[in-house]
Write a protein that binds this ligand. Structure first.
Ligand code: NAP
Length: 324
């Protein structure tokens, strides 16, 4: 990019719909880099809108999303996926011709469908997903560095305007992301295994442990020698801790991910269950070599993640903050 281009903002007016972890991080990153002339924001609650203004990452805040998007060159939807239809319906008639509408949602097939359904002719819909996050939510949780050295996947199709796409990709690069292009349905299958299934496993194991603790407590009431209460939390450093961190992720966001990416998650869950049964069998039959081979292979995968520098403080799957 030429020096002269860099001196002016990428977009004159950017509207962010949803001002939580991701929306407020994007606003902060845009502001830090002077990448937008004006940053307008909308969130559902007055509390979030007021707090966002007070935190200082917006130029204007609007109770009506239509007012936020009016005259915007770029609109980025940063709400949970379940709110998209209502947001798109509310903003569609007020979009500026030639504007780009994108998003940050964790599933992309449904977003591509929603854009096709709601966006008027002459508005460029380009779904996007920054694969970066923490388990925290809300405008206070955001920070400008969130996207640095993290992948941002854009899912254009054959009808996408090349100029609008390259401008949006440049913006994500300017906030520190490594931009990749991918087919929307392919994105959903890849993320089902790398992000959605790990969250499902974390939600399951933490729920199972909580049930077990409840049972142990009831047994303890009958027999004082059995267990000490709170053992699950007390000994959580033994691997369980990382699951509790992931299982602490936002319930609404993840409810929407699983109801939206249903097919791909069910496919990956089926594969996972087969492999789990294979490991269960190896344990039952004392097949030590098989277990060691399996664990050696997975250790190599971990090394690959480290080499790609995707295992740092902010892990690339949603909800995976401050690891290691
Ligand atoms: P968040 O911190 O919970 O923030 C959500 C924001 O959306 C809040 O400002 C909320 O407003 C607003 N909102 C909710 N429903 C709305 C509606 N109907 N109309 C207008 N605003 C509404 O969520 P987040 O973590 O930033 O996630 C946002 C999106 O990013 C999700 O689609 C998620 O899949 C995706 N994503 C998340 C992560 C992650 O790690 N968290 C990573 C990558 C992508 P109020 O505060 O007023 O309720």
């Amino acid at each position: 990019m030429a020096e002269t281009d860099r001196a002016k903002p990428f977009y004159e007016r950017v509207a962010l719909i949803g001002l939580g972890l991701i929306g407020s991080s994007l606003a902060r990153a845009l502001r830090r880099g002077a990448l937008a002339g004006h940053i307008a924001g909308h969130a559902r609650s007055e509390r979030t809108r007021d707090l966002s203004l007070k935190l200082g990452f917006l130029d204007s805040v609007h109770a009506d999303p239509a007012d936020a998007v009016r005259e915007a060159d770029l609109v980025v939807i940063c709400t949970p996926l379940g709110a998209y239809d209502a947001v798109l319906e509310a903003v569609a008639p007020h979009l500026k011709p030639g504007a780009t509408v994108s998003d940050v949602g964790s599933c992309k097939g449904s977003v591509a469908d929603g854009f096709a359904r709601w966006l008027p002719e002459g508005v460029h819909g380009i779904p996007g997903h920054p694969v970066a996050g923490t388990e925290n939510s809300g405008p206070e949780a955001g920070f400008a560095e969130l996207f640095e050295n993290r992948y941002c996947i854009l899912t254009p199709d054959e009808t996408t305007d090349a100029g609008a796409l390259s401008r949006l990709a440049d913006l994500w690069r300017a906030v520190g992301s490594l931009v990749e292009m991918m087919d929307a349905r392919h994105h959903d299958r890849v993320l089902a295994i790398t992000s959605h299934l790990p969250h499902l496993i974390a939600y399951t194991i933490v729920g199972t442990a909580a049930d077990l603790e409840g049972q142990l407590k009831r047994e303890q009431a009958d027999d004082k020698r059995l267990v000490e209460t709170q053992e699950v939390i007390k000994y959580s450093a033994g691997g369980f801790r990382d699951f509790t961190r992931i299982a602490g992720s936002d319930p609404v966001m993840w409810r929407d991910v699983f109801t939206t990416n249903r097919e791909a998650v069910l496919e990956m869950l089926g594969r996972f269950q087969e492999d789990l049964v294979a490991l269960q069998r190896a344990i039952r039959w004392g097949e030590a070599d098989k277990l060691e081979d399996w664990f050696t292979r997975t250790r190599e995968i971990r090394r690959g993640v480290l080499e790609l520098r995707q295992a740092g403080r902010f892990l690339p799957t949603e909800g995976n903050g401050e690891a290691e």
